[in-house]
Ligand binder design. Structure first.
Ligand SMILES: [Zn+2]
Length: 239
């Protein structure tokens, strides 16, 4: 039994890597509609332009009355197209999709307050989880943004010191308790004055808010939270 675990992880890494290499070399179809991709190797212009820009603060921010961030935003509405793209990022090792979407996020908010910070801080993964997935999707999004803004990505300042794997099955209060004190600031690091936390999807906001609380407590003066997407609540979808 233990042998299975030892050998399965590298084997999966190789398979994922090969999948991602084949996808890149033979970009035959758009991830979302299957047509010839004419925007980039995995996406067509039509699908990209169907993505809805979410020009507001995520709805679930209202659950965080003590929220420590100066501004919070998600760029896209989490619809079917974005869901497919994020699925590829998470489960097909398509880190280039994350970087591409990060660049789009950066382009869109080039002149906003979000782009006036000293460092981009991707939400860190717990180290074991990062080894399993081979990369941190939030860091890839941050690298895309960094190419547009010229602001450095800092992956060393904040560490995740606990595994919080089970978030998806928890409600918002349970998520908040589950993530409490999960982050630590590196003692050796020089603290930037202003930071922008980067994540993929803003759902309840428990993770990014806890990271922001930790940074605030440590003395960071200005904190922004920027995510790729957020779901809309049912009531808003019908409007
Ligand atoms: Zn398409």
């Amino acid at each position: 039994m233990p042998n299975g675990r030892i050998f399965s992880r590298p084997a999966r890494k190789v398979t994922n890597f090969l999948n991602s290499l084949i996808d890149w070399i033979y970009p035959s179809q758009c991830t979302c509609c299957g047509k010839e991709p004419d925007l980039c190797p995995f996406l067509c212009n039509e699908c990209y332009h169907k993505l809805l820009i979410f020009d507001d603060t995520p709805d679930s921010i209202v659950y965080h009355k003590d929220q420590p961030a100066d501004r919070v935003k998600a760029l896209f509405y989490f619809d079917d197209i974005l869901q497919k793209l994020i699925h590829d990022i998470k489960y097909r090792d398509a880190s280039y999709v994350a970087t591409f979407l990060g660049r789009k996020l950066g382009e869109h908010l080039q002149l906003s307050e979000f782009s006036k910070c000293d460092a981009l801080l991707p939400v860190p993964l717990y180290s074991v989880r990062k080894r399993e997935r081979t990369y941190n999707q939030s860091a890839c999004i941050a690298k895309g943004i960094s190419k547009e803004w010229g602001i450095p990505v800092n992956e060393r300042l904040v560490k995740r010191c606990r595994n919080t794997n089970t978030q998806t099955k928890l409600n918002k209060e349970e998520r908040r308790k589950n993530i409490q004190d999960a982050f630590r600031i590196s003692k050796k690091a020089i603290l930037p004055k202003s930071v922008c936390i980067i994540d993929d999807v803003f759902t309840t906001g428990a993770t990014t808010m806890e990271m922001a609380r930790t940074l605030k407590k440590a003395g960071v003066k200005e904190i922004s939270i920027l995510c790729l997407a957020t779901p809309l609540r049912e009531s808003k979808k019908k409007e």
